[in-house]
Design a binder for this molecule. Structure first.
Ligand code: SF4
Length: 213
């Protein structure tokens, strides 16, 4: 971004356009409870939400509680989630985190961000999504789409999600965190596409330093 542009003012102008366009703040992953959402978000790493939504019904039918999945056979779980990619790591993580939730937290997903971050396979994107969706806490959710669109808008380096999260936290009020995250996510996912952004159909093209003719 050029020196003349104030990042805070710029982002707020962008959100004026995007928030009415993308008002839905619910996760696009399918889930029935917080534990299912937590597991689904772990599975969504390097995978589309649609693919996770194809897999999760069978996963939760086979192992319907944290205690069930926490004591599940690794190979059986890996087979069910195979199509989400990185399935060995993911299987190990969702089994371990489910066991921890069953054994240490009475089967309930903890509400504190720091506690969530201590669970296997849970990073800041996952934890922020869970606390915002399940516990109504403000959460800045920097996934690949948010990272990319922020970079194209001149916010962040497009590589380090933690840095972009801190940058957004410096600009936004906590009350804006969740809605802004979902609006940026949807716009990144459906308009500001990774390979070929549809700039000609983008409502923020006049604000975007990366607009393509
Ligand atoms: S103008 Fe193009 S590059 Fe900029 S946010 Fe819109 S789609 Fe993305």
């Amino acid at each position: 971004m050029s020196d003349q542009i104030d990042p805070a003012k710029h982002l707020q102008q962008v959100l004026v356009q995007l928030l009415p366009l993308w008002p839905d703040t619910s996760p696009q992953l399918h889930y029935q409870n917080c534990w299912q959402l937590l597991v689904a978000v772990v599975l969504s790493a390097q995978c589309t939400d649609d693919q996770v939504n194809k897999v999760s019904p069978q996963l939760f039918a086979c192992w319907p509680t944290p205690a069930d999945l926490g004591s599940a056979d690794f190979d059986q779980v890996a087979t069910v989630i195979h199509s989400t990619g990185f399935f060995r790591n993911k299987a190990a993580n969702i089994i371990a985190l489910s066991r921890q939730i069953a054994d240490q937290y009475g089967g309930q997903v903890p509400e504190q961000l720091s506690t969530l971050l201590s669970l296997p396979g849970v990073g800041r994107k996952t934890a922020n999504l869970v606390v915002s969706a399940c516990f109504d806490q403000p959460g800045i959710i920097v996934d690949t789409h948010v990272l990319r669109i922020c970079y194209r808008l001149g916010l962040g380096d497009g590589k380090q999600a933690d840095r972009t999260e801190r940058l957004l936290a410096d600009i936004l009020e906590p009350a804006q965190y969740t809605a802004a995250s979902h609006a940026l996510n949807r716009h990144g996912k459906f308009v500001c596409l990774a390979r070929k952004p549809t700039c000609n159909a983008c409502v923020i093209r006049l604000l975007c330093p990366s607009v393509q003719a």
